[in-house]
Design a protein around this ligand. Structure first.
Ligand code: SF4
Ligand code: SF4
Length: 260
């Protein structure tokens, strides 16, 4: 009941126009990001994962490890209660709707990094009763942990399994807490944020930094951005695109990276 009363107070603050200040994204707006060259000035951040580079040359273990370490994601061994922001899966699980009995061995053996897709039409935002999950003007779907009441409607709404629930206090499962990033508590949902705290400083997300060219971050609304040039260089697919959530994470096959 105490938590509910606290949330109720937060909702009143929100109604008074103060609640938004509780979110990390709202506290640190993305004003420091470099200009993109898009004519309208509007951004829609997205990721392009160059699968050839990712599977051939990226240090794949480093990618999730860096993300999780810098965001205080706990290492919980039980798959029923684990917390994940970015992880790997195979084609059958990542793109089940595209399964084929004659899939090439090359595709079967590939690994696919999966994470929140920061959908342009996010199902999770629509079902969240407290606006703890919200969409920023630049397309990033972010979370205000203080407003989350743990109802898990967002987990039911997300078709990608991109969200994790803290069944208990996660802090004992963090080997070394990074003081620069908040920890979460039991009863709260979490997920990838596209590293909004890094974007504020004009830096790319950690996964992009660790992937050494295999993951490209950019403004999907800008045809001149590196992400859009990469998309134009090959054939790109998205997870469950047929559901209409408009994922902002693309998987590039046979592309030339951002050099096209
Ligand atoms: S992938 Fe799931 S959690 Fe992420 S924005 Fe889309 S619906 Fe929401
Ligand atoms: S569990 Fe999900 S839907 Fe429920 S309040 Fe938290 S973010 Fe919103």
């Amino acid at each position: 009941m105490k938590r509910r009363e606290f949330i109720k107070g937060g909702l009143l603050l929100g109604a008074a126009g103060l609640g938004g200040a509780l979110s990390l994204g709202a506290l640190r707006p993305a004003a420091a990001l470099p200009p993109t060259g898009a004519a309208s000035g509007a951004r829609r951040w997205g990721l392009v994962i160059d699968l050839d580079k990712y599977n051939q040359s990226a240090d794949r273990e480093k990618i999730a490890a860096l993300c999780h370490r810098r965001h205080n994601v706990p290492d919980i061994p039980d798959t029923k209660t684990e917390i994940k922001w970015i992880w790997e899966d195979d084609f059958a699980h990542s793109f089940a709707e595209m399964e084929s009995p004659y899939l090439s061995d090359r595709i079967k053996e590939m690994r696919f990094p999966v994470l929140c897709n920061h959908c342009a039409e996010p199902a999770c935002v629509k079902v969240c009763p407290t606006q703890a999950t919200f969409q920023r003007p630049d397309g990033i779907v972010n979370m205000d942990y203080h407003r989350c009441i743990g109802c898990r409607f967002c987990m039911a709404g997300c078709p990608f399994g991109a969200r994790s629930f803290n069944f208990f206090d996660p802090r004992p499962y963090i080997a070394e807490i990074d003081p620069l990033y908040p920890t979460r508590t039991g009863g709260v949902v979490e997920k990838c944020t596209f590293c909004v705290e890094r974007l504020t400083a004009g830096l790319p997300p950690y996964c992009v930094e660790a992937a050494a060219g295999a993951i490209i971050f950019g403004d999907l609304s800008d045809p001149a951005s590196e992400a859009r040039r990469a998309l134009a260089s090959g054939f790109a697919i998205r997870r469950k695109a047929e559901l209409g959530t408009e994922p902002s994470v693309y998987y590039l096959l046979g592309g030339g990276g951002g050099d096209a």
